[in-house]
Structure formats: C-alpha cells, structure tokens
Design a protein around this ligand. Structure first.
Ligand SMILES: *Cc1c(COP(=O)(O)O)cnc(C)c1O
Length: 405
C-alpha cells in the first residue's frame, strides 16, 4: 500500500487502526506452499497470530488448514467454515475435559504431555487417532521467550521419553496418526530444522500407522534491513529431499504439515497511530502517540524491532526520536529512530504489525482496542469496529444492594 492509501485509511477509520493488505498475505502463503513443491504440503495457519474471521476465510480460500491452541480457537475456525479435518488442536497445559471437547468437535488432537497421552489412551483406545508433540531439544533462535524446543521448555514430550510414549501407545492400543514438533519462532538455519526433522524420522519407526508429520513453524521474516530471515526455498528443497527419503524407508507416502503464523501475516499488517505530543526532555525527543503496549506489545515484551515511518511528512528532515505510547507502563515502540520530522497529529505507520499485534492487544489503562481494516481488491474494508467504552465494563455486575451507586 502507498503512503497516500494508508493516510486515507487513517482518515476514514481514525487511529489507532490495524490495516492488513490481503495481497501480501496471499503472496506469503503461496511462497511458502511453493517452496515445498513438488510436495503438496498442508499449511495449517496458526490462528493465534491474527484471528479475525475474515483473515481465516481469506486463507481458507487459498487452501489453508488451521492450527488452534485453545478450544476457543477451534470454535473460531469451525465458525469460519473450516471442516474439522482441516483443524489441528495443539494445546498446552489444558484440562482433559478441554481435550475431550475438541475430540467431540472432531478435530485433530495433538498431545504434548505423557499423563494426558495415557489418560487419552485409557479413555479412547484406538477409537480416536492422535498426534504426539515431540520436543527434539534443538535450539532455534536466541530469544528464550520464543524458543520452545529447548530443554527447559514446557512444550512437548521430550525425545528422551520416546520409549515411554511407545509403551503407552502399545499398552492402550492407540492410533498414533502423526508426530509433531514446533521448535520456536526464529529458525534461520536450515540445518537446525533438519536436525529436528531427522529426530522425528527416527521416532517414526516406532509408529506404523502414521498419516502425517507436522514440523510446526519457525519461519522468520525480516523486520528491518539486514535481518536474517528464513530462506524458505532453501529449507523447502532440503526438507523435500529428506522427507522423500524418509517416506521411502517408512514404506508409505505421508503428508507433510506446517503451521506458519508470522510468516503469513506479519508483513501484511501496518499499525497506524497518530502523534499526540512531541516532547523534548534533557536526553531525547519523545514522540508520544495515541496508542501503547496495550495495542502492540511485541516491542516491549520481546524487545522486537518494528520499523516506524512518518507517513504524513515523508519529505521532512530526518531527526532522532524515541517513539512512546500513552500507557502508564514501559511503553516504548522504538528507541533512537530516525524519522522524517514529526509534528503533532502526524500519522505514523508501524510495520510488521499483522502477526501478534491485535491478537495480543488488551484494555490496560481502560483504553479501547483499535479497529481492524482489510485492504482487499483495492479497497479498505472495516473488519472489526473500534471498541467503545461499554466494551470495558460490559461484563461487570453491580452489587447495588451492598455498595451504593
Ligand atoms: C505459535 C505457534 C505456531 C506459529 O508460530 P509462528 O512463529 O507465528 O509461525 C505454530 N505452531 C504452534 C504449535 C504454535 O504454538
């Protein structure tokens, strides 16, 4: 989208607003799908990255399935029109009753805990197929918040406990349909991915009824110039070769699944905010915008770098700013950034805001969550209204007989 188009959106719908470009999203989906040709990989889009129903439907048109991490996400996916076979439910630390609810809805179940696996086997025997989430303990990326394959991770069943998985599966005559790994969010090195894949190929020897292998996600996108990104074509061709060899040894063709979130929707999204104040202090010039960590948490939570541009003054002189929000908390979108001169009421655009932007937003400081707009076929469509004050107290109940109004 051009600056002029972004400004039009900001003026029409107000700020702060998330805007998603459907063309970029579709291109990313197709890039990833094509990277594994000639295999027809199944991409299960990770709902938690961006869960608006319109986005789910758009990806469904592309042939996507879904990765759901909660029963609510399963329900969102079904409501968006996905068939149950296209949904994989990968919970962590949920109750057995939630897993049973997912079984009742008929979606694929992925278990990441030996106790739950045994409970599941005891309850369902071979009547319901199940996938097992293995933690191969490979270290992906450097940020421990988003590396979930390491030794201390709460995710997955350790590859060292494979023998126990096999005993449970055999004792309860379970139908193990798939093996899964999701190693973390920042895979730069194809070899790391392949090491994990190799471990799963070996594990597969113990499970004769597999229908698929699910290698999760970890596809990294660039947030700024010079960032290391996942070379999906390189990973693709290496995985295709190793997977073909594996299938030959296994004796059957299995399906290959992935669960990309960020790769599909990060780049398509911009977060549009407006400058409230330009405030000079002894140490820096702060640009204070009409949003904060309640709307886009990644810079504060992960120290993630998001490119910020002044779209209202693209020819202004470059100056150094710290861009901060209006929340009473650590609330910095970007330290020491060079922006074209910022004036009050300028619109700023924050890039890579599609993934884990709106979906991690909240109402802290009793602020309203932003609107979401989809740029589709050359036009802007409002796909979620900005919240109103009532959304903040909607579920409160007043105990008027005890506390006077
Ligand atoms: C979050 C998650 C993903 C998606 O991760 P991205 O880094 O957004 O691609 C995939 N699978 C599982 C199980 C997840 O929890």
């Amino acid at each position: 989208m051009t600056n002029a188009e972004l400004i039009e959106v900001a003026e029409e719908f107000g700020t702060p607003t998330y805007i998603y470009d459907s063309n970029v999203m579709i291109k990313q989906y197709q890039n990833l799908h094509n990277a594994f040709k000639p295999l027809d990989v199944k991409l299960h889009y990770a709902i938690k990255a961006l869960s608006n129903t319109n986005i789910l439907r758009l990806l469904k048109q592309q042939g996507a399935g879904l990765d759901a991490v909660s029963i609510e996400e399963v329900q969102l996916g079904l409501r968006a029109g996905y068939s149950k076979e296209k949904i994989m439910y990968t919970p962590n630390c949920v109750s057995f009753s939630e897993i049973q609810a997912a079984v009742d809805l008929g979606v694929h179940i992925n278990l990441d805990n030996l106790n739950m696996l045994e409970k599941f086997g005891n309850h369902y025997r071979d009547s319901v197929g199940v996938c097992v989430r293995i933690n191969p303990h490979i270290m992906a990326g450097g940020n421990s918040n988003i590396s979930v394959g390491h030794i201390d991770s709460k995710f997955g069943i350790s590859i060292h406990q494979l023998r126990h998985v096999v005993r449970i599966a055999e004792n309860y005559n379970m139908n193990i349909m798939g093996l899964h790994m999701h190693t973390g969010s920042d895979i730069i090195d194809a070899d790391v991915f392949l090491r994990g894949a190799d471990l799963l190929y070996h594990a597969a020897e113990y499970f004769p009824n597999l229908q698929f292998m699910d290698f999760g996600s970890g596809f990294k996108v660039g947030y700024k110039e010079g960032d290391m990104v996942t070379d999906v074509d390189k990973i693709g061709s290496k995985i295709v070769n190793s997977f073909k060899d594996f299938c030959k040894g296994y004796g059957r063709e299995l399906e290959l699944w992935f669960e990309p979130g960020k790769y599909i929707v990060s780049d398509c999204g911009k977060f549009l905010v407006e400058t409230n104040v330009v405030k000079q202090t002894t140490s820096t010039v702060f640009v204070g915008v009409n949003s904060g960590q309640n709307h886009l948490l990644r810079p504060m939570f992960y120290k993630a770098y998001h490119q910020i541009d002044n779209i209202s003054n693209p020819d202004g002189e470059k100056k150094l700013y710290s861009i901060v929000g209006n929340i009473c908390e650590s609330d910095t979108f970007g330290f020491d950034r060079l922006l074209n001169e910022v004036r009050e009421r300028d619109f700023l655009s924050i890039s890579n805001a599609g993934a884990y932007g709106f979906s991690m937003s909240n109402q802290y400081n009793s602020r309203l969550r932003p609107a979401e707009v989809l740029w589709h076929q050359g036009k802007a469509h409002l796909i979620r209204k900005r919240e109103v004050l009532e959304d903040i107290y909607r579920n409160e109940l007043q105990i008027d007989d005890l506390i006077e109004a």
